[in-house]
Design a protein around this ligand. Structure first.
Ligand code: ATP
Ligand code: MG
Length: 388
């Protein structure tokens, strides 16, 4: 039986006059995400997106990909049938057989958008319910909490049958909430931070700092793999790789050791910001969670933030590690994140980092050396790769 994917709009459905823009962005993202799987036709009708394959496709794979595109609250795959009561009945017997055989109770839910169909919705429920009872005599009807709901939708072109929704990605379509630069390390937190901002519709680019020869090529490749894992959620993602060695060496040689980490953080922010300005990106995103490590105390965050002229979003700021880990498992970045590779943050780390840095002192220390030329050089030496 031919099938399609139904996606029920989430927050988009609540939008007013500009709802269309959000729907178009959603469909554009769906189209892009399903491109490698096959050709699809997209239609929208009453807060529902109908995504119908135009050729033989792997539907499991298509549903999996569609369930990662932000914008829908729920989705399901449905059988496509004719707008004819006997055909609908026959097809329900086959298409829903597995669920009906496993269930004890059921009900029929009907939606009739095409009023030319000779049965009203309640009539359709009664008629089809009766036929199902005849065919599957072990079942009884339970309208309150049935094991299975047989949904029938009578639409313009066809009738659709399915046995229920499952949660979709939620959120807003990527690209409808501006653009952000994710500071992506190899750790657990920053991929989750990127996922969370993408979920709110932010178009994500990623930036990563490397310090060869102190950090290896394999460490960078690990972060690229993390970036690839984000793509089903974030869509096309630019990955900027910044040569950070000279700055770290200058820091080691010129700044008080206990302020090394905090000034390094400020350098990261300054470089990211320069690249954002060149590429029309409006905010920075990090995986910082308050209190987690010495560089993430309130005092340290105050000092880091001061280096930024643009908003720095930290979507996991109030989350426990266990909560962050559960999201990282869900988005399948966890296993890569825990691979033991070095990060530039672990190069030249002080034995006793200041957990309560004073902004004034940090700025004095930073100004004792002229980092501008090195920042410029790092920006110039940045390489970009597109993941899609
Ligand atoms: P994560 O799990 O994201 O690595 P973390 O708990 O290890 O975070 P830190 O090492 O203190 O925390 O880094 C804090 C944040 O700084 C990271 O979440 C990330 O956004 C950014 N960051 C750290 N190292 C890098 C790097 N090499 N390149 C880009 N961003 C980085
Ligand atoms: Mg880290």
């Amino acid at each position: 039986m031919k099938e399609l994917i139904l996606l029920k709009e989430g927050e988009i459905a609540l939008k007013g006059l500009n709802k269309r823009n959000f729907e178009e962005a959603f469909i554009r993202n769906l189209r892009r995400s399903l491109k490698g799987i096959g050709k699809f036709d997209f239609r929208r009708d009453q807060s529902m997106i109908y995504c119908e394959p135009l050729e033989e496709v792997d539907m499991d794979e298509a549903v999996e990909a569609a369930s990662k595109v932000f914008g829908a609250a729920a989705l399901c795959r449905a059988g496509i049938t004719e707008k004819d009561m006997d055909r609908i009945t026959e097809d329900v017997f086959v298409y829903c057989a597995k669920e009906l055989l496993a269930a004890k109770t059921f009900k029929v839910a009907a939606k009739r958008a095409d009023k030319r169909f000779p049965y009203s919705s309640p009539e359709l429920c009664t008629e089809l319910g009766g036929r199902i009872l005849d065919k599957f005599p072990h079942l009884t009807v339970d309208v309150k909490s049935p094991d299975v709901v047989v949904n029938v939708e009578i639409r313009e072109k066809n009738a659709y049958i399915h046995t229920g929704n499952r949660p979709a990605a939620g959120g807003m379509p990527v690209g409808t909430s501006g653009r952000g630069m994710l500071l992506l390390s190899g750790g657990i937190d920053s991929p989750v931070a990127g996922y969370m901002m993408a979920k709110r519709g932010v178009d994500i680019s990623a930036i990563h700092y490397v310090s060869p020869p102190y950090t290896s090529d394999r460490a960078r490749l690990k972060v690229e793999r993390l970036c690839e894992k984000l793509v089903p959620w974030t869509g096309e993602t630019a990955f900027y790789c910044v040569p950070f060695t000279k700055i770290q060496e200058a820091l080691r040689d010129n700044c008080p050791e206990e302020l090394f980490t905090i000034i390094m953080r400020r350098m990261m922010i300054k470089i990211a910001q320069r690249i954002c300005e060149k590429n029309n990106i409006q905010c920075l995103i990090t995986g910082e969670s308050v209190g987690q490590v010495a560089s993430q105390t309130m005092g340290a965050i105050v000092c880091t933030d001061n280096a930024a002229d643009m908003p720095v979003f930290r979507p996991v700021i109030g989350m426990d590690k266990t909560e962050i880990i559960s999201i990282s498992r869900k988005i399948d970045t966890f296993d890569i994140s825990i691979e033991p590779y070095e990060d530039c943050c672990t190069v030249f780390t002080p034995k006793h980092p200041k957990t309560r840095p004073v902004l004034k002192d940090v700025i004095v220390a930073e100004n004792s050396y002229d980092f501008d030329a090195l920042i410029e050089e790092a920006v110039e030496g940045t390489e970009v790769k597109i993941f899609r």
